[in-house]
Write a protein that binds this ligand. Sequence first.
Ligand code: ADP
Ligand code: MG
Length: 400
Amino acid sequence: MITKLTIENLDPAAVLGRRALVRVDFNVPIKDGKVTDETRIRAAMPTIEDLKDRGARIVLLSHLGRPKGGVKEPKYSLKPVQAVLERLLGMPVTFIEDPASPAAVETTRRLPRGAVALVENTRFLPGEETNDAAAAKIFAALGDFYVNDAFGSAHRAHASTEAVAHLLKPAVAGLLMEKELEYLGGALTAPKRPFVAVLGGAKISGKIDVIENLLPKVDRILIGGAMACTFFRAKGAATGTSLVEEDRVEMARQVLAKAGDKLVLPDGGVVAQGLEKPDTRREVAWNAVPDGWGMYDIDAASVGRFAGIIGDAKTVVWNGPMGVFETPPFDAGTLGVARAMADATAKGAVTVIGGGDSAAAIEQAGLADKVSHVSTGGGASLEFLEGKVLPGVAALDDRP
Ligand code: ADP
Ligand code: MG
């Protein structure tokens, strides 16, 4: 199914004793010098462990945060990740402060088999974010072959994700990257049917390309979140203080006309006099939002209807919460869809979640391990669903 070479395709001789330059996504939250969420580090462990077991010498590259191009701001140092890695791996990890120094290359050459080094934030190097060839050369000198396991960074053509893959061969996908491509790519290219997409979130403007790309591929597309309100407006309803993108109402109208029965909107929603006034909440029909009230969730009947459609599906892709899930009780619709995703998975459907907030929502529901795949790439998964080619993926070697 996937068209790129992965570390699983590498001969033992191509791995043993060789320096694997591995781009990972360690863009983790850090507070007071401590990593506060290790999820992304743990997600890279299968690839690191596999290479370690096969006797590679592993050099890890990642960005962290958004330091101004080439400025070494201490708060964006990857140093706090070193301690987490050492704990997870149960062995010391070498830290390479400056990849451009001759000492850095020496350090990688002296690494024992199975040992791991972590390079300081790639964005401390001028040229990383401009995909500069000189920066890529500096990174390439630290390895003998290249592995990209940073799906979440693959939508950006940076020196450590794109240019370096042309300099170091073979350039292959890691296990996490492989899983992302398998599930997201599989859904888009060869879905078992019925194939249902569930879209929500704040803005239709950010998701219109996803809708356009998915419409011809899916059997049904269910719309919730604030995005639904822009569609309600397109159908002529008043939407009170709901989040609506006025300048996208016409676009929503065109999508409605094109989509026909494929596109399913909620029949009603949960409205309140404000997010901070949950006690005023009540359910209304989609076209009966009172003046001065806002819609913050889909109603229970729509959750049931969506759950029924999800339950009959063989493939489901979900991006974007159904309501303001960060503010209970307006999380009910999102939690209901999360439950429906888990139930569909138990019945054998392939279920995939993309998008940062949607991933947070399924975590919050405690159901992340009850669906087939939760993408680790927020922006990257969105661009993938838009049908875009991700430069960090494109640069990897094709399977013969
Ligand atoms: P993702 O990160 O999964 O792609 P988005 O970023 O597009 O999702 O949207 C998530 C945001 O949408 C959340 O912060 C949520 O509060 C907001 N949202 C969803 N429904 C509504 C609504 N009815 N009104 C206002 N905001 C909403
Ligand atoms: Mg988001």
